[in-house]
Design a protein. Structure first.
Length: 277
């Protein structure tokens, strides 16, 4: 079963097409990525996947529900979006543990009665993302990276079918970035272990990012956008290649692979030409 199916999807604003002719499929339980430069349509596509925006043309199905044939409010209950700098944030006075608890209710404050089972699961999730030691710390005192990881734990509280990570490492230093990526990779490293509360199957996870180096090794499906269209789609080895990324970003890049991850390099001799673009 595919968690995401797009066929000929396009979005138009006035006379301008923001997206056009997108075909993409992501199997349930996979780790995928949407890449592309600024203005390529990543945020618009993320809104479609979050079931907050209907495409102007084409067909889109999320978690087995086709847009136009289902109640999107019901589908959204199984989708969680994590943004490092979203339009809203949780109550800063809540502890990290309480932040995770708000995930059970979909609120930014904690207003409802909490069960022992919820408390236990919140503790387990904080430990899973490496934050058990700051469970009692106010959210306001957490570092930026710790906040992102606590929001991932919060998103996982209801065991969503689809987890959207919209530039989750934006603004983070090297250590914090790697901790966020390790958090996601850990979910997928455990999927072959016997099922149970300690290692529930990971949700279908989609990274939305500008940067190739922010993709964890678990990434198996990549959609590369350029000017609102798919420049390439497929496994990382097919998409993350010199000639493909060079066309999409419109300047020469070189791709290096190491330990299951990909890195993009631009030689300094190309800098002068970049300033003239």
């Amino acid at each position: 079963m595919n968690a995401i199916e797009l066929s000929g999807v396009g979005v138009r604003r006035g006379e301008t097409w923001i997206l056009r002719g997108l075909d993409w499929a992501v199997p349930a339980g996979a780790c995928a990525a949407i890449l592309g430069p600024n203005g390529s349509g990543k945020s618009t596509l993320a809104r479609i996947l979050a079931c907050h925006l209907w495409p102007t043309e084409g067909e889109a199905s999320v978690l087995g529900s086709r847009m136009g044939e289902t109640n999107l409010l019901d589908v959204r209950r199984s989708i969680r979006l994590v943004q490092s700098a979203g339009p809203y944030d949780v109550d800063p006075e809540l502890t990290a543990h309480q932040v995770v608890l708000t995930g059970f209710f979909g609120t930014i404050g904690l207003y409802d009665a909490v069960t022992d089972a919820m408390n236990s699961e919140a503790s387990r999730l904080l430990a899973q993302v490496g934050l058990g030691h700051v469970a009692s710390h106010p959210y306001a005192t957490l570092s930026s990276g710790e906040r992102v990881r606590s929001l991932i734990a919060r998103a996982l509280a209801v065991r969503p079918g689809l987890l959207l990570l919209d530039e989750p490492t934006a603004g983070l230093d090297l250590l914090a970035r790697e901790q966020v990526l390790a958090t996601v990779q850990r979910m997928f490293d455990r999927r072959d272990e016997p099922a149970g509360a300690e290692n529930a199957p990971p949700p279908t996870t989609v990274f939305i990012t500008h940067h190739v180096e922010e993709l964890p090794p678990a990434t198996s499906h990549v959609l590369l956008l350029s000017k609102g269209r798919a420049a390439a789609a497929g496994p990382p080895a097919e998409v993350l290649r010199n000639e493909v990324l060079t066309r999409a970003y419109d300047f020469e890049v070189q791709v290096r692979q190491s330990n299951g991850r990909y890195y993009v390099e631009v030689h300094p001799r190309a800098w002068e030409s970049l300033l003239n673009q």
